[in-house]
Design a protein around this ligand. Structure first.
Ligand SMILES: [Zn+2]
Length: 223
């Protein structure tokens, strides 16, 4: 297992020393002094890198899914149970509490069908949410993409203005998805997690801290 510096969540706070923490879900974060230079932070991480990778290797595996009939998953914050049907055309559709998977007799890949379905639903939600929060906050992103990310919920590329969101957000409630959307859009107004950043968040979304808590409370439900 390789952990890259770009995968680490960095929280800048009023602290004197740097701390690195490995979370139960396998994500890694660092708390660093507000003014610490990026290079200093990176070097600190490089020193700990071997230990981090070694620790992660010995951590218990995340909830393991086998994509069989009746298996429980989360979809947009709701519980759904897999219903596997053999047939064609292949696909996955959410029907109330059921996620109906149509799997071909040969070469069917339920995991891929499920992920495609979760990803499409997330993209639809993001389309609405990004548009809504862009208008609310008076900013404009240069588009977004969705991909599998291990330790972050979203990123904002300041130079290009492009946003990227973690595929796993598809398992989270919409109010959490919206929090991540506004968080990344706010980076277009304020690069760091500064008091100004927090003030902007609070202005547009007074309950963002509760939403963040809900988002990080449950383990990452890796599909
Ligand atoms: Zn951020």
């Amino acid at each position: 297992m390789t952990v890259r510096f770009s995968d680490i969540r960095i929280d800048r706070k009023k602290v004197r020393r740097m701390y690195l923490k490995i979370h139960r879900d396998g994500s890694v974060s660092m708390t660093v002094p507000a003014q610490a230079g990026q290079e200093t932070v990176r070097l600190f991480f490089e020193e700990k890198k071997t230990w981090v990778e070694e620790t992660l290797r010995h951590m218990p595996a995340q909830p393991h899914h086998t994509y069989v009939q009746g298996e429980k998953h989360f979809f947009m914050g709701r519980t759904v149970f897999l219903e596997c049907i053999q047939g064609s055309p292949e696909g996955c559709r959410i029907d109330g509490e059921r996620a109906c998977l149509m799997i071909p007799a040969e070469g069917g890949d339920p995991r891929r069908l499920m992920i495609d379905c979760w990803k499409k639903a997330l993209e639809r939600q993001l389309q609405d949410s990004v548009r809504y929060w862009e208008a609310a906050a008076g900013v404009r992103a240069a588009g977004f993409s969705v991909k599998e990310m291990k330790t972050r919920w979203g990123t904002c590329h300041l130079r290009t203005g492009k946003l990227c969101f973690a595929l796993e957000l598809a398992s989270k409630p919409v109010l959490c998805i919206e929090y991540v959307v506004l968080h990344e859009l706010t980076h277009l107004l304020e690069a760091g997690h500064t008091p100004r950043f927090r003030a902007i968040m609070s202005y547009y979304m007074p309950d963002w801290k509760e939403r963040k808590k809900i988002l990080n409370e449950s383990p990452r439900e890796f599909m």
